[in-house]
Design a protein around this ligand. Structure first.
Ligand SMILES: [Zn+2]
Length: 388
């Protein structure tokens, strides 16, 4: 992480870090913290007092508003509530309690003794509450403070001036074990400060991996990405490696048209259709899923088919529709067909082809027709369907 400071601020930081620090006045700081958090805001004088109590090298000597801005932490103009009769309010510069905490975290990362945990502990319960779904950058820093503390990547503070021939003018470790190197021309003209956190470890490079079974891309070495792959893998393998389903076996005992799915079919059949329609969309990069939802499809002219195997597993699906404009002519369309890769070229479509031709006549095909499908049509003497 790199920040650009003006010359004056950089000189101040460079000298302040090299001064010995005196012990923090923690009890005063804790009282101040409570007051600031109750109000939600801190004024400039509050922040100066607070910094002085934490680390006397910081208080009163630096323009903290300007310095905060350089660290990308912003202050705002606020107003005390005016009386009902008043039409005038005086503006004051203040920083939100969360942004102040972010400032304390940043100053600690630079090598000062700013005890951010005092503020983090007070703010964290509200930030961690499940109701809060969106966090700004300050809240995010508070959210994972316990994980990132003292582990931050190297920070570079530089002036806006071009770096010429510079040398190391100081190299030391702070009481908090931050290692600091100051570079510049001489003691009065520091140009670059490098700060290393005591516990920083470079994370190993993440290796991108594509799962050969589900096709999901994830990063080896990143637990979050690995967990998201495991979840996706389980979801995809359900239709990529289908297993016999109790619902199918039960349906076989009673229903006549086990594989047919219409608007009145039970919910589980719609869920199975939707999964295959989505698999088709993904594989052929279609813009939308051609089944209304996993709860149902209210088109009275939709006829889906779940292709089941001898054991009762659903190995694929297809869907016919009778578009409104074609109803007079009864011109059906085969919208899509998807068979799981494991079961392709095993005759699942061929075994149903005769029934489809009898039921839907000379239906047309709308999807981009693959070379495989063309061969299939030729074999069945049905290339003419492509011209419909
Ligand atoms: Zn996978």
């Amino acid at each position: 992480m790199e920040y650009q400071l003006d010359h004056e601020t950089l000189q101040f930081i460079s000298l302040a870090l090299r001064e010995p620090s005196s012990p923090s006045r923690l009890s005063q700081a804790k009282t101040q913290a409570k007051r600031i958090i109750e109000r939600g805001w801190a004024f400039k004088a509050d922040v100066e007092d607070l910094l002085y109590n934490f680390d006397s090298r910081l208080g009163y000597q630096v323009d903290i508003v300007k310095f905060s801005n350089m660290l990308e932490i912003h202050w705002e103009e606020v107003f005390f509530r005016p009386s009902a009769k008043s039409n005038y309010a005086t503006g004051l510069t203040a920083v939100r309690a969360e942004n102040l905490t972010h400032l304390l975290i940043s100053l600690e990362r630079i090598g000062f003794q700013t005890h951010p945990a005092i503020f983090v502990d007070l703010l964290l319960p509200r930030i961690k509450s499940r109701i809060k779904q969106v966090l700004n950058s300050a809240e995010l820093e508070i959210f994972w403070f316990s994980k990132t503390r003292h582990r931050y990547e190297k920070i570079f503070l530089r002036t806006q001036f071009e770096l010429k021939t510079i040398k190391t003018i100081a190299s030391f470790t702070t009481v908090g074990n931050y290692h600091i190197v100051v570079r510049g021309m001489n003691n009065e003209t520091s140009q670059l400060i490098e700060i290393s956190s005591p516990k920083f470890r470079k994370r190993p490079d993440l290796i991108p991996v594509t799962c050969k079974d589900c096709g999901h891309q994830w990063h080896k070495g990143d637990p979050e990405s690995s967990a998201s792959h495991r979840k996706e893998h389980k979801r995809c393998m359900y239709y990529l490696d289908p297993q016999p389903l109790v619902n199918v076996l039960k349906e076989r005992e009673s229903a006549q048209d086990v594989e047919l799915v219409t608007t009145n079919s039970p919910g589980w059949k719609h869920k199975e259709m939707y999964l295959r329609a989505r698999a088709f969309k993904r594989e052929f990069n279609y813009d939308f899923v051609q089944w209304q939802s996993d709860k149902g499809d209210n088109d009275p002219y939709v006829h889906g088919y779940l292709f089941t195997d001898g054991l009762g597993a659903i190995v694929g699906a297809c869907s016919f529709r009778l578009p409104q404009r074609e109803r007079a002519l009864q011109q059906w369309t085969l919208d899509w067909i998807w068979i799981c890769p494991r079961e392709r070229r095993k005759g699942h479509l061929a075994r149903r082809w005769k029934t489809f031709r009898e039921r839907f006549g000379n239906f047309s095909l709308t999807f981009p027709i693959s070379a495989e499908m063309k061969t299939f049509l030729a074999k069945h003497g049905d290339l003419k369907l492509m011209e419909k």
